[in-house]
Write a protein that binds this ligand. Structure first.
Ligand code: FES
Ligand code: FES
Length: 161
């Protein structure tokens, strides 16, 4: 039986650096980040688009990397949690999560933070209700929601996003 080669060449700009990959067209962005590029800060939760743990930014907009094919990202900018603190200095949202105890086990936290960064850039942090609404795609089994909202409100109030 003849095997059809379904691999493609893809160039991503990940956290500001060009990364060239050759991979199967069916490989998700989540798997490419974790397995090919060793960027394991992005977490795999449900792998079905339901939990938000795998949230990253694609051209500055949040996407679920478990539902995004890497081949769709050719030539585009990907930002992961590792890209928020490139020089080792924490992003204001990361600092706020620590200040407000916005996590317990931490499994959902990178997705929460990436979503929060995008939400602040989108100007969606006008009230606690708005923050809850626009963070509703990011689930937290530990129930850290009140502290996550407090952390985001804090950054929005400081105007440091
Ligand atoms: S792992 Fe992507 S939404 Fe849950
Ligand atoms: S901190 Fe444990 S799932 Fe959110």
């Amino acid at each position: 039986m003849t095997r059809i080669d379904t691999s493609v060449d893809v160039m991503l700009r990940v956290n500001g650096s060009a990364r060239r990959l050759r991979l199967d067209t069916r490989v998700t962005l989540l798997d490419a980040l974790r397995d090919e590029l060793d960027l394991t800060g992005t977490k795999q939760g449900c792998d079905q688009g339901a939990c938000g743990a795998c949230t990253v930014l694609l051209d500055g907009k949040r996407v679920l990397s478990c539902l995004t094919l890497t081949a769709q990202c050719d030539g585009r900018d990907v930002t992961t949690i590792e890209g928020l603190a490139p020089d080792g200095r924490l992003h204001p949202v990361q600092e706020a999560f620590i200040r407000h105890d916005g996590f317990q086990c931490g499994y959902c936290t990178t997705g929460q933070i990436m979503s929060a960064v995008a939400l602040l850039q989108e100007g969606r942090a006008g009230s606690d209700e708005e923050i809850r609404e626009f963070m509703s795609g990011n689930l937290c089994r530990c129930g850290a929601y009140p502290n996550i909202v407090a952390a985001i409100r804090d950054v929005a109030g400081r105007g440091t996003e």
